[in-house]
Design a protein around this ligand. Sequence first.
Ligand SMILES: *[C@@H]1O[C@H](CO)[C@@H](O)[C@H](O)[C@H]1NC(C)=O
Ligand SMILES: *[C@@H]1O[C@H](CO)[C@@H](O)[C@H](O)[C@H]1NC(C)=O
Ligand SMILES: *[C@@H]1O[C@H](CO)[C@@H](O)[C@H](O)[C@H]1NC(C)=O
Ligand SMILES: *[C@@H]1O[C@H](CO)[C@@H](O)[C@H](O)[C@H]1NC(C)=O
Ligand SMILES: *[C@@H]1O[C@H](CO)[C@@H](O)[C@H](O)[C@H]1NC(C)=O
Ligand SMILES: *[C@@H]1O[C@H](CO)[C@@H](O)[C@H](O)[C@H]1NC(C)=O
Ligand SMILES: *[C@@H]1O[C@H](CO)[C@@H](O)[C@H](O)[C@H]1NC(C)=O
Ligand SMILES: *[C@@H]1O[C@H](CO)[C@@H](O)[C@H](O)[C@H]1NC(C)=O
Ligand SMILES: *[C@@H]1O[C@H](CO)[C@@H](O)[C@H](O)[C@H]1NC(C)=O
Ligand SMILES: *[C@@H]1O[C@H](CO)[C@@H](O)[C@H](O)[C@H]1NC(C)=O
Ligand SMILES: *[C@@H]1O[C@H](CO)[C@@H](O)[C@H](O)[C@H]1NC(C)=O
Length: 490
Amino acid sequence: MESEKTNFGSLIIGSYARPSWTIFFLLFTLITILSIQLSTTTSSLFPTNWTLIRRQQQQQSFPSSSASDPITCSGFFRKLPKRKVVMSIEDFGGVGDGVTSNTEAFRRAIWYMQRFQDRGGSQLNIPNGTWLTAPFNLTSDFTLFLNQGALLLASQDVKEWPIIEPLPSYGRGRERLGGRHISLIHGNGIKNVIITGDNGTVDGQGKMWWELWWNRTLEHTRGHLLELINSDNVLISNLTFRNSPFWTIHPVYCRNVVVRGMTILAPLNAPNTDGIDPDSSSNVCIEDNYIESGDDLVAIKSGWDQYGITMALPSTNIIVRRVSGTTPTCSGVGIGSEMSGGISNITIEDLHVWNSAAGVRMKSDKGRGGYISNVSISNIRMERVKIPIRFSRGSNDHPDDGWDPNAVPRFKDISISNIVSVNSTKAPVLEGVEGSSFEGLCFKNITLHGIAASSKWHCEYVSGFATEVFPVPCPEMKNTSSDSSWCSPS
Ligand SMILES: *[C@@H]1O[C@H](CO)[C@@H](O)[C@H](O)[C@H]1NC(C)=O
Ligand SMILES: *[C@@H]1O[C@H](CO)[C@@H](O)[C@H](O)[C@H]1NC(C)=O
Ligand SMILES: *[C@@H]1O[C@H](CO)[C@@H](O)[C@H](O)[C@H]1NC(C)=O
Ligand SMILES: *[C@@H]1O[C@H](CO)[C@@H](O)[C@H](O)[C@H]1NC(C)=O
Ligand SMILES: *[C@@H]1O[C@H](CO)[C@@H](O)[C@H](O)[C@H]1NC(C)=O
Ligand SMILES: *[C@@H]1O[C@H](CO)[C@@H](O)[C@H](O)[C@H]1NC(C)=O
Ligand SMILES: *[C@@H]1O[C@H](CO)[C@@H](O)[C@H](O)[C@H]1NC(C)=O
Ligand SMILES: *[C@@H]1O[C@H](CO)[C@@H](O)[C@H](O)[C@H]1NC(C)=O
Ligand SMILES: *[C@@H]1O[C@H](CO)[C@@H](O)[C@H](O)[C@H]1NC(C)=O
Ligand SMILES: *[C@@H]1O[C@H](CO)[C@@H](O)[C@H](O)[C@H]1NC(C)=O
Ligand SMILES: *[C@@H]1O[C@H](CO)[C@@H](O)[C@H](O)[C@H]1NC(C)=O
């Protein structure tokens, strides 16, 4: 177990090792010095780079810092920075009666508060009440705080959801050509942003949008509940997000993002209501979330076909840990299908998934290009999941006719281990992409109960290595030492 962890990702090493007191004191000193140096500005509490997060993470494992604390990647974000200016939405004319529109109040608040960027920062409190609003933008050095009894309700008027440019890595809206509706809570090019509270609620009232989608009258791609584009140092925590029109939390082209302690809910048949979709983003920590929705609980993405390939902005250094939930038609954790900018350095562990179509799913296709590499998926518990492990191809899902049929994805160093699934229905289905390459695909210690004896592994265009796996894998997953020592048994 110990050495296995070490091989699978050094990110976890620190957390499992028991370093000596000397190292502890060194680290303690270092961190003290860092905090003193940095404590003069509010942005100080944000890590400037992943090294800091990792260091904090290592500090976590020391016996003195409460041995019962679970390991975490949320680093410096755990201590909320104090903002110089703290005001309530009521100070900007907000009315929490569930009927009055607060769109202007939010815009006035942000317009006022943006002046405290780099000048101590600001915090906007949403008190108890029901606050109806159209989409609004956030600003930098800013905290949005929702009280426990605060409910933010999204406007039901399509005209109040402006159309914005498509993302360059998608070339068009994901569902419809051209632009797309802005997200309810939106940020572009901002830094040091916190969206948190005392488990207050944001309700996207997505039903109207799902109906537009179902009855095929949707004109533009639906908006997310929360989208941050090209932003740094973001914490999203301790809130309930409900009924997103489309994917719920979408950080795209972002760095240093923590999503922690969130409850994300949508009806189990609500279309494309993914929980958390890090997209072409790096240093993302997704921990301790409960998600119940109509699509993947967490899906890691990086752009679509030729647009994603051209942009070439990968999703990298992402940890998904202690996430639980259900999605009857989709998967606990998905990688892709949009992965054209590449996806690497991914750690997924300690998930609990039940009553779902798939547990772990990797999706790609011809035309995607890109790569999925250095992915470690371990300690997953599943109950009543139909296909616990699934690789699949899209169904001719391309942005336009400009996709390159020769652009096939590459798969390298993907390990899936320590999985227990009970009452599953089908053996793994591994459908690769014709012409794509596999190197170091390794399955280890996987036990899938409940599968009918007639259900055999289904493998196409994949190759790899499996050991201690039940039921017996397909011949493509050889039980021999693989080329790469990385996933050979020891
Ligand atoms: C990240 O932070 C560490 C510690 O402060 C520093 O040594 C390192 O140079 C930084 N790296 C970058 C790329 O900023
Ligand atoms: C989330 O809430 C918990 C429990 O109230 C609290 O201990 C923690 O500091 C909060 N964390 C963040 C990041 O808001
Ligand atoms: C706000 O609502 C919460 C839960 O609904 C309640 O516990 C709390 O007392 C309320 N706070 C105020 C100031 O009314
Ligand atoms: C919010 O930001 C988007 C771009 O990201 C911009 O198009 C829009 O005008 C902004 N809205 C407001 C109210 O500032
Ligand atoms: C937050 O509220 C949701 C319901 O809105 C509830 O299911 C969840 O348990 C609450 N989380 C915490 C930490 O209290
Ligand atoms: C489709 O759904 C929307 C939203 O509920 C509704 O306003 C519209 O009348 C529906 N259109 C048709 C053709 O059913
Ligand atoms: C993956 O992680 C390793 C070690 O931390 C780092 O050297 C490498 O640059 C990372 N890859 C990417 C694409 O960030
Ligand atoms: C693989 O990813 C882990 C964790 O993200 C990182 O520590 C390790 O250095 C990476 N390995 C390579 C070869 O990039
Ligand atoms: C195999 O995986 C299970 C489930 O995660 C775990 O409890 C067990 O310790 C693992 N066995 C080994 C030998 O690592
Ligand atoms: C698995 O299925 C059996 C037989 O239907 C049932 O008795 C058992 O409770 C199920 N267990 C779980 C965890 O779903
Ligand atoms: C693979 O081989 C090892 C030893 O050769 C054996 O113990 C193990 O059961 C085999 N695994 C499978 C899945 O056949």
